[in-house]
Write a protein that binds this ligand. Structure first.
Ligand SMILES: [Zn+2]
Length: 319
């Protein structure tokens, strides 16, 4: 299993009729440079036997799923509920039961209560302690009210962000979609940034940190809004930690990089792929041949062991 590659041969025609939130259709595509990198040094999954390493050394396994877009009906995937179920089956088949599951947003396609309810019904079949943050598709029209009513964390800040600890790892769930625009991407805002500074106060620099947020917290492709404008401020608080793992969604493909002690990962969707940065006139659902789709959807398993830290492995629905 390769944790760093994007299957570029799978790039198919973009579907302008299904671009996210319409507004993106209006964006001009400027420039040909690819700003994202997939540097070496990204931790590899343990592979066979890794589960034993994780559990025998006091560690644990958790999983990330993202962008399930329940309610989407486009040609790129007419049945995202079925592929979400397949993703959960993939997780259920892992040799070690995950201690928890993270959903990094766009649970629904249009924030409709029926979509959110349908997603909740499917997700509860995983019987996993699941922690959510919204994507911009989950906050359409009501600033996430319906989303938070179903998936909000107990004790979360009024804006929906929160943190928790598990097995020696500190998890931070950030909300960067309430001020989202296709032109500027995600934003955290001063209130959340202050909360983050406070949340990290008193934590030892050796505490492993996992940060989840929907829109990438680094500039993958700002022309498409694949960035978070004020994330730099967040990293001034995070930088002193020896291990920071950032888990994002939104772009429906894996892009990873390592910067000092921070490892960044975006995730595959469970619903449909999107074009690689700059490889289409605009982002949005990308139709690929039916026999290719499962190889572009997937889940991420992360093993944590105190001695060796965190290691991520991406599993496609075809693998
Ligand atoms: Zn999104």
């Amino acid at each position: 299993m390769d944790t760093t590659s994007i299957d570029r041969q799978s790039i198919g025609p973009n579907e302008p009729g299904h671009t996210r939130r319409g507004l993106l259709k209006c964006m001009a595509w400027a420039g040909t440079g690819i700003l994202w990198t997939m540097s070496g040094g990204v931790p590899k999954g343990f592979g066979l036997g890794g589960e034993a390493v994780a559990s025998e050394t006091g560690g644990f396994t958790f999983v990330q799923i993202s962008d399930s877009h329940i309610g989407f009906k486009g040609a790129a995937n007419p049945a995202p509920d079925a592929t979400l179920q397949q993703a959960l089956a993939k997780i259920a088949a892992l040799p070690n039961r995950p201690a928890l599951m993270l959903h990094t947003g766009d649970v629904s396609h249009l924030s409709k209560p029926a979509e959110l309810d349908a997603a909740a019904e499917i997700l509860k079949t995983a019987r996993l302690d699941t922690h959510f943050i919204p994507g911009e598709h989950d906050v359409i029209g009501d600033d996430g009210k319906a989303f938070f009513a179903r998936f909000g964390a107990p004790g979360a800040a009024p804006g929906g962000w929160y943190s928790f600890d598990h097995g020696g790892v500190h998890f931070i769930a950030l909300v960067n979609v309430l001020g989202f625009t296709p032109g500027t991407g995600g934003t955290l805002g001063p209130t959340q940034l202050e909360w983050l500074e406070d949340d990290l106060k008193g934590k030892g620099a050796s505490t492993p940190i996992v940060v989840m947020a929907h829109v990438p917290l680094w500039p993958i492709y700002p022309q498409w809004g694949w960035t978070t404008g004020d994330a730099g401020q967040a990293f001034t608080y995070l930088r002193r930690f020896g291990s920071v793992t950032v888990l994002n969604g939104h772009i429906h493909q894996i892009v990873q990089k390592v910067e000092d002690k921070v490892t960044f990962h975006t995730a595959m969707s469970t619903a449909f792929p999107q074009p690689a940065p700059g490889q289409a006139p605009s982002p949005g659902p990308m139709k690929v041949p039916a026999d290719k789709l499962k190889s572009m959807l997937g889940v991420r398993r992360i093993d944590y062991a105190p001695a060796t830290g965190l290691a991520a492995a991406d599993l496609t629905l075809a693998s």
